[in-house]
Design a binder for this molecule. Structure first.
Ligand code: FAD
Length: 141
């Protein structure tokens, strides 16, 4: 159970995994990096995992590559989600006033800019993926 103790929104999940791959098994999605819901990124990250895993699965060390490509990003997103959750759940009057004041005072585009690292993601480069396939059009029949 990834969020033991205080319900699925608890900001105290179990420690991050040291690897998403073991032998011929790879973990994806919540099984690899269950995260709090505060950024709405759980399914997004699961989809990215699937894209990268599908891309690397055929390579000789593909699962290891998948792990190296996905673990840093997903664990960053999970940490950030947890942080947002902590701040969102502040309850002391002073802390809430400070948080709300900062949010109101922030420039209009600050929120969008802060999301850039989350939404700016591209699948592995076409050339890296299938050097023998052309990047435009279809692959070999
Ligand atoms: C209320 C809520 C709101 C959310 N909102 C967002 C959002 O806005 N954006 C976002 O990106 N993410 C959101 N998420 C998170 C997102 O739903 C999950 O991160 C995502 O579904 C994880 O996908 P998954 O495939 O890893 O796991 P799951 O979707 O949990 O799929 C696992 C599947 O495996 C099946 N299964 C389990 N055990 C077995 C077994 N032994 N044998 C066979 N099948 C099994 C389960 O029945 C399930 O169908 C939200 C989650 C919740 C709960």
């Amino acid at each position: 159970m990834p969020f033991a103790g205080r319900g699925s929104c608890s900001p105290d999940p179990e420690p991050p995994l040291r690897s998403y791959a073991a032998g011929r098994v790879a973990r994806v999605g919540d099984a690899a990096h269950a995260m709090t819901p505060h950024l709405g990124q759980g399914a997004c990250q699961a989809l990215e995992d699937a894209v990268v895993l599908a891309d690397r699965a055929d390579a000789s060390d593909g699962l290891h590559e998948y792990d190296l490509l996905r673990r840093p990003r997903t664990q960053y997103v999970a940490r950030r989600s947890r942080l947002v959750g902590r701040v969102a759940q502040w309850s002391s009057r002073g802390a809430v006033a400070l948080r709300d004041g900062l949010v109101r005072a922030a420039p209009a585009d600050a929120f969008q800019k802060s999301l850039k690292p989350l939404v700016d993601w591209s699948p592995p480069a076409c050339e890296d993926r299938r050097p023998e396939w052309p990047c435009e059009g279809r692959g070999p029949e």
